[in-house]
Design a protein around this ligand. Sequence first.
Ligand code: CO8
Length: 255
Amino acid sequence: MNVRLTQREEFAILTLDRPEALNALSFAVLEQISQAFDEVAKSPARALIVTGAGEKAFCAGADIKELRGRDMMATKRGAEFGQAVFAKLDKLPIPSVAAINGYAFGGGLELAMACTFRVATPNAKMGLPEIKLGLIPGYGGTQRLPRLVGEARALEMIMTGRTVGAEEAERIGLVNKVVEGDAVEGAIAFARTFTCYSLPVLGFARDAVRRALDLPIHEGLKIEADLSTLAFRTADAEEGMAAFAEKRKAEFKDA
Ligand code: CO8
């Protein structure tokens, strides 16, 4: 197995474990990631951390050695499969944090971008270098990168294939935070800033913001009104507002 799924307190931790190939995403690894996401969806975890084994890499991208000599339809099915696996992250009932602990290139950065949030260690290096191989990203990079950093920066990164360091990545919004020390510890500390809140209400917030970039604003506002109304109907909203009135800490029950 090249994917390890472990549980620590309320966190599920998915580790790509193929350090000899810088955790490159073969189709077999993608299949294992897909199964791991299914397990996470059924688990009691309140956040998922995604990281890579070893000192050097989060993930160096799709396994380049597997990509050559495939016919057009097999290539298209491959891209659609990778896209579908990463789309599962979006649909998980819990938020996810990529702990970028080294290289995150091509499909590796695309995996990180499909997470709800990203933290990176100071040595992290990120990029979509497909253009250098005569390719363009195929696992969601052309769609998620402009949503995170804007069209001009995304076009520049994709058309030059250039590498972005952790500090620049934080400045342009590609990562949420640069963390010192162990990436997973940093990701867990970051995740604790929201896992203290109601899981279903966090889900409404994610849904509303995610739709913001796909819809005209008048449609998005309707969705916000609906999801905000649903939030009011939760027991956690009742508890949160009661706790405010009683000047005490709210005890959310994910209900
Ligand atoms: N695929 C397969 N093997 C890899 C990959 C990769 N992406 N990256 C590294 N490796 C392997 C190397 O071949 C090497 O193995 P070996 O020792 O057997 O030769 C081992 O990992 C260590 O790598 P290096 O010796 O190259 O390590 P360095 O520290 O010198 O360099 C780099 C690290 C800079 C990260 C370098 O390995 C590199 O440039 N890797 C490729 C990065 C890249 O181009 N990624 C994008 C891949 S394409 C992609 O992701 C497209 C997604 C959409 C596809 C849709 C089609 C279906």
